[in-house]
Design a protein around this ligand. Structure first.
Ligand code: SAM
Length: 194
């Protein structure tokens, strides 16, 4: 039985092109597209992480528009995906939410486009996840990637997609879908229960 898997899209702490730690703005498309991928691959939840309360309100409005609001009638299936979305102020809050739900801390997998020492392959991660009943949290970045402080708390760093390519600038939406497929594609549906 696969464990419950969550993903988190982090808007702080991430780095800008100079390597400075910044806070990025929530993008409507990221909320929708990653929610649709998460629902498709049977994830149990999708945390949108931002310390800015006004940005968390935007996420809440996006969800409610499609989950019971006007959008629900126009695009009923979208609400099913957006119901996975939970806006939280920090990555720690996301981990605490998973721990409260499952009485176990999640195994945290950070992600990056840049090759790092000790990365875990998708194949290895898929096997580890399938053979363990601990919940899992896959952490995605924005801007120019996750800040070092995120890697410091992650249990693993997932291998980069196309690390050897001469052009490696996937959107986080595309990267999330590819990762989910490599980790969970064509396996029995993940536990949907929270
Ligand atoms: N240079 C940044 C980095 O190395 O992560 C790219 C940032 S990208 C715009 C935002 C996020 O998308 C990354 O934090 C990561 O979660 C994901 N991402 C983008 N390209 C990826 C790749 N080739 N492999 C794995 N994740 C990727």
């Amino acid at each position: 039985m696969m464990p419950s898997v969550y993903c988190a899209l982090v808007h702080y702490p991430v780095v800008d092109r100079t390597g400075e730690v910044v806070t990025t703005a929530v993008t409507n498309l990221d909320v929708h597209d990653i929610a649709r991928s998460a629902r498709t691959y049977g994830l149990s939840g999708y945390f949108v992480v931002t310390p800015i309360e006004a940005q968390r309100r935007i996420v809440s409005r996006i969800r409610s528009h499609f989950d019971g609001g006007k959008g629900a009638r126009r695009v009923p299936k979208r609400g099913e995906a957006l119901r996975l979305v939970e806006e939280v102020e920090s990555l720690e809050a996301a981990c605490a939410h998973v721990e409260r739900t499952h009485s176990a801390e999640p195994t945290v997998y950070a992600t990056t486009a840049r090759r790092q020492p000790g990365m875990v392959s998708f194949e290895d991660a898929r096997a580890r996840i399938a053979s363990n009943d601990r919940p899992v949290l896959i952490v995605l970045g924005t801007g120019h990637g996750l800040a070092d402080s995120v890697y410091a708390v992650a249990h693993h760093v997932l291998e980069s997609i196309q690390a050897n390519a001469d052009y490696n600038h996937l959107s986080v939406r595309a990267a999330a879908a590819i990762m989910f497929d490599r980790l969970f594609g064509d396996s029995e549906a993940l536990a949907l229960g929270k």
